[in-house]
Design a protein around this ligand. Sequence first.
Ligand SMILES: [Zn+2]
Length: 488
Amino acid sequence: MRKVIFVFLMMFLLPLTLVGCGETTQALSEYNLNLEYNDETKVLSGVEDICYVNNSDTSFKNLLFHLYPNAFREDAKNRPVAVASKDKAFPNGESYGDISINSVKSEAAELQFEIIGEDKNVLSVTLPTELFPDESVSIQINFEVKLANINHRLGYGNNAINFGNFYPIACVYESGKGFMTEPYSSNGDPFYSETSNYKVKVTYPEEFTFVSSGDVISSSNQDGKCTTHIKGNKIRDFCFVLSKKYKSSSKEVKNIKVNYFYYNDASSETSLQAACDSVAFFNETIGEYPYKTLNVVETNFLNGGMEYPNLVMISDTCSSVSEYQYVIVHEIAHQWWYGVVGNNEYSSAWQDEGLTEYSTMLFYEKHTEYNENFDDLISSATNTYKRFVEVYTSVSGSVDTSMARSLDEFATEPEYVHCTYTKGVLMFNTLREMVGQRKFTKALREYYRRYSYKNASPAEMISSFENSTGYRLEGFFESWLSGEVKIL
Ligand SMILES: [Zn+2]
């Protein structure tokens, strides 16, 4: 009886709750971002129109959005960089930034909103009416981002300006758990989002070169400013980079245009070749890259690189040809593990980082011309991991080697790196030795196919690997993830 009443109410409420998004059958949310960057004030002003689709099995009275730029505040509890990395991160002394929410509306009506979370990291918006499963609601958020002078995902450096994780992005809702509102962390990439469609318009001073996620539709200049329109379908985030210093070169591989933007890399042609070779390798080994463009972008970044859909940031601190290549291959592997197949990078970093790092080694196993011997890479990972365990045990008396921890549960950055990347490589390599190359590759391909554009939980990943290989793998993964396995 109750169910019948519920269905009746749903039917009655349906026309009232479908506020302004047009298509109510679409499965993906859509972000329309209208942005203007002022380089004198270092402020990005934005209007975000989001058509949010409730793909969950429950109804919402509020929607929650991450406010990642607030991690760059002076009084932030969860700082974006570890104390040990401060000198590399701040080129001109410590600097701060944040995000301000000026208004939130729906169909011109002002909505109540609140900045919540343990570190001012979440925007909570009260919806005009309850949003039931499969329904959508249109919300307009007016915001301003003040950039810090920092070599990081978000901020301006001496050579380039990075706009990563800059806009309010919807928190993922997990059935039985609620909205995932994890804060920032100086360890790893503390992000988790749903695949969505994007339409973006960015206005910026015309002396800058603009590079972004998605595909550029048009660009025009007026009064010293350039306005670029971008469309990105089925991507889980949107990022852009500006620089006055870019040179660029491009190549096409498997109908994908690979562009390299650089200013410091003296080996730009070999870097571009590594990018093309890795796109071709992962395309063939894991499954097709489903987008037309991939931008490889050298920029001010404290070290290594960072992945975004259709765009990878490569740090200008890379100091050798082989370092540029390694970072490029790793970040491009993330287009498959993070970009197309997503996961909660805060609670299960091993899932994308471990697999990405191992995929990087598989690239070198195939491409011997890069002079990185696969067996040497594995034994180097083994030795590095063993040394980490020895040193930590001798200093602290014990060491936590579990991999299934959220980013805030790793005591130090080295602990995070060794348990996530290095041990991740050893775990996936042991798995391949156990099930054999053919079944392992089949498992990668099936995991990619099954979870394309979705987020996979660790249990879903393990189950997918079990189905593909025909082996029971729960105990295997559990022993590695819990720290039970000892590497001798
Ligand atoms: Zn990575």
